[in-house]
Design a protein around this ligand. Structure first.
Ligand code: NAD
Length: 476
């Protein structure tokens, strides 16, 4: 629990914003225009459930419309409130600008504990919420495009898409009204894994930045690094899975709601995830050591700490006991502004949320483009690419006959080279490229400007500058 003198999430975002704009030369009016949230719509609606009417409170906040549509997830949690939704909407503005996704920032939330409801009840509630938002253009392919967030996933997005389509029967672009849909409802390959995949690509790019790695006090490669992850949900599970299976990281701690698991030898992410799906938590998992006070494990020594659950978990109460030299904010706002200052002074490097978890919105952007173009990526060029590669292989094989064994191709090379890229490969390639380029933009500011000491400030500088340019171009 965060201490009383801790700024709220919204205040934290404002403080971080202010730290960055203090280093910029923006006209005061424009600075204020960028900072404030344009509008927040609050809806209270009733749904008849279990024989009585239950009232729900939901929000959709639009932070900045310098580009439209605006974009941002819909969260289902009891902790949802206006302040939180507005802070998250502001983060979306900066995140989209940083990864060059052509959207303004928005966010939505419904105050609900989804685990308390049956699937058909959740469908009723979601459809009603979607109806309330869609009739005010707060769900609309060209105005406001939601996505999944904490407590929501493909299933909810499919209900929202269908609800919008029922209300807008002649809108040929109806499917583009929401992203994160299942494949059979207009989704895109690679969206479910996207945010965790983006965390992996972010770390890979960080470890290519030798100066940055040096600043964190770490050395060497990602391979063999000891990682603690908090929250094995969509984002945390995929990040931990890819880092352990593909990059040689050792997952020494997994923190969940009901406690944590630790193991020096490393935990099997897939096995822990299957256990959580079956039993609802990590309690009783046969491997590793169970720690009842899970949050304490955030303070254990490791190379990389990945908070991937919720905001405010690293705060004034525990920041000085955090030992990780590198934190990557897979969740939104896991480090409060107060904790950020303490950690910076200790030399800890924080890869900020607005960059670290931008994989989700990046692939959402690809999905939106796919929906608007009404064709899956790779459909036109895949076989043509294969045919051209076949030409090269045929020619090399013809030469082979003259040059002898020393020149022969390995069968693996031939197979890989011949295969044209499918949608998943293209999505991963686009995501990797986006994460690399965005990191490089932050990195240059971080290393080259003497007055910027951390990546978060660098990220804000890059994105606020882009938003400011966009407002200026509009004549504001
Ligand atoms: P999720 O609901 O799939 O997973 C959250 C996980 O955290 C669950 O396993 C839950 O049990 C666990 N958890 C909740 N409270 C906890 C606590 N106090 N201690 C330990 N574990 C706890 O949600 P998600 O989609 O993975 O989102 C997680 C974070 O990532 C959120 O901050 C969200 O805003 C952010 N995010 C998500 C996406 C996305 O594409 N899903 C994109 C960008 C950012």
């Amino acid at each position: 629990m965060a201490p009383k003198n801790e700024p709220s999430f919204r205040q934290s975002v404002d403080m971080m914003f202010n730290r960055a704009v203090a280093l910029m030369d923006l006209p005061p009016g424009l600075e204020e225009k960028i900072r404030v949230c344009n509008a927040t719509y609050t809806v209270r609606f009733g749904v008849r459930l279990r024989g009585q009417i239950q009232t729900f409170v939901g929000y959709r906040s639009v932070h900045s419309e310098h580009m439209e549509p605006v974009k941002g997830g819909i969260r289902y949690a009891m902790s949802v409130n206006q302040d939180e939704v507005e802070a998250l909407a502001a983060l979306m503005t900066y995140k989209c600008a940083l990864v060059e996704a052509p959207f303004g920032g928005s966010k939505g939330g419904l105050c609900i504990d989804p685990r308390q409801y049956e699937e058909h009840e959740l469908e009723q509630i979601t459809r009603r919420f979607a109806y309330e938002l869609a009739k005010r253009d707060l769900i609309n392919p060209s105005q406001n495009v939601p996505a999944p967030d904490m407590g929501t996933g493909e299933r909810e997005m499919a209900w929202i898409a269908d609800q919008y389509a029922r209300m807008n029967t002649t809108d040929i672009n109806a499917r583009a009204c929401v992203t994160g849909k299942p494949l059979n409802a207009g989704g895109i390959h690679g969206r479910v894994e996207a945010t965790g995949r983006g965390v992996q690509y972010a770390l890979q790019e960080f470890f290519r930045d030798r100066v940055g790695v040096g600043k964190s006090g770490l050395d060497g490669k990602l391979d063999g690094k000891r990682v603690i992850v908090q929250g094995l949900g969509n984002v945390g599970y995929h990040a931990a899975k890819f880092l352990s299976e593909e990059d040689g990281c050792v997952i020494t701690g997994i923190i969940e709601r009901d406690g944590a698991l630790v193991s020096d030898e490393g935990l099997d992410v897939e096995a822990v995830h299957n256990w959580i799906v079956k039993h609802g938590g990590v309690t009783g998992f046969p491997d590793g050591t169970f720690v009842a006070e899970g949050a304490k494990v955030l303070e254990e020594p490791c190379d990389i700490l990945i908070p991937a659950a919720m905001e405010g978990v690293i705060n004034l109460a525990n920041a000085d006991r955090i030992k990780a030299p590198l934190i990557i904010e897979a969740a939104n706002g896991p480090v409060t502004a107060g904790a950020d200052e303490i950690l910076r002074k200790k030399g800890c490097v924080i890869i900020p949320d607005m960059y670290a978890n931008a994989g989700g919105v990046t692939v959402s952007y690809f999905e939106w483009v796919k929906n608007l173009s009404h064709i899956r990526f790779g459909r036109m060029q895949r076989r043509q690419e294969e045919a051209r590669h076949q030409l090269v292989i045929d020619e090399l094989e013809r030469l082979d006959r003259y040059l002898g064994d020393a020149w022969s191709m390995t069968p693996q090379f031939k197979e890989k080279y011949l295969r044209g890229a499918d949608e998943l490969e293209l999505v991963r390639s686009g995501l990797d490229d986006t994460m690399r380029i965005a990191y490089q933009a932050m990195r240059d500011v971080w290393h080259e400007r003497g007055d910027v000491e951390d990546l978060r400030t660098a990220a804000y500088l890059v994105s606020i500058d882009r938003v400011a340019k966009s407002y200026r171009a509009k004549g504001l």
